[in-house]
Design a protein around this ligand. Structure first.
Ligand SMILES: O=C(O)C(=O)[C@@H](O)CO
Ligand SMILES: [Mg+2]
Length: 258
């Protein structure tokens, strides 16, 4: 049975950030993820995790100036010193939360730009090296251009080749099924092929990015496939509820901790 992680950036928005941990546990989740923890003190997050018996599945390294439109800085020329300090900041939160995987966002850059590509490879190699010292995986995630126009890593093939070429044991793919379906389709075959390099899976319905309970994808089949493949990681519920978060959890009932 997949272990689902509630995405506290998109779900449980009826509660304040720290109270979302309590609400997710109450709803039967045993794990959580979110985009960024950096506005809350690490000890406060650790306390909510412990109090609720929750595992921290994933979060992202700092993304640059999100409010100004940055979506990561790993591929941006001239930002390597920022990448290095961001890695150290994320590691403070990793130590407090016990997370075993972190996602490094690439940023908005032209994937055919050789300078951006060189910067990205350098950032990924540095972050993976530092995280390896702590036993943590570094994830890279292809993101579709409809949701994030101009995002550098916009192709699963490019991510796969990079992981293969850098050959770093802790560099893995964040396989977001929602992005995969929009970018390329062929989800089940891609899961089979890419599972050996996959460190995290995320889900949402396509095209709405709401609950994984219909529309283009047959999630009951995909959940069985994920089990058949022996995937032992988390499945992040990175979707925006259609209405109230709790009202949209019918799909999750069979998997909930009671
Ligand atoms: O957008 C997604 O999909 C994610 O998983 C985020 O971590 C990227 O911001
Ligand atoms: Mg995602």
């Amino acid at each position: 049975m997949p272990v689902f992680a509630a995405n506290l950036t998109m779900m449980f928005n009826e509660w304040s950030f720290l109270d979302r941990f309590d609400a997710a546990a109450e709803a039967g989740f045993t794990a959580v993820e979110y985009l960024f923890p950096y506005e809350a003190p690490p000890e406060a997050i650790a306390e909510r995790l412990a109090r609720n018996g929750l595992q921290q599945a994933l979060f992202n390294l700092p993304p640059g100036d999100w409010a100004a439109g940055e979506r990561g800085i790993a591929a941006l020329p001239g930002r390597f010193e920022d990448v290095k300090s961001d890695v150290e900041r994320a590691l403070d939160y990793a130590a407090a939360t016990g997370v075993q995987r972190l996602h490094l966002m690439a940023g908005l850059a032209d994937p055919s730009d050789e300078r951006a590509t060189a910067c990205y490879r350098r950032s990924v190699a540095h972050a993976a090296g530092r995280l390896a010292e702590k036993g943590i995986d570094l994830l890279i995630e292809p993101i579709n251009g409809r949701n994030m126009p101009g995002y550098f890593l916009n192709d699963f093939g490019i991510a796969e080749r990079l992981i293969d070429e850098l050959a770093l044991a802790n560099l893995k793919l964040q396989f977001d099924i929602y992005h995969r379906q929009i970018l390329h389709g062929d989800v089940a075959m891609a899961l089979r092929q890419l599972l050996p390099v996959t460190g995290h899976i995320q889900i949402a319905s396509v095209p709405s990015r709401h609950e994984p309970d219909g529309e283009e994808l047959n999630y009951p089949y995909l959940f069985e496939e994920i089990d058949r493949l022996g995937y032992a990681g988390f499945v992040g519920c990175e979707y925006t509820p259609r209405g109230g978060t709790l009202d949209g959890l019918a799909w999750f009932k069979p998997f909930a901790r009671s």
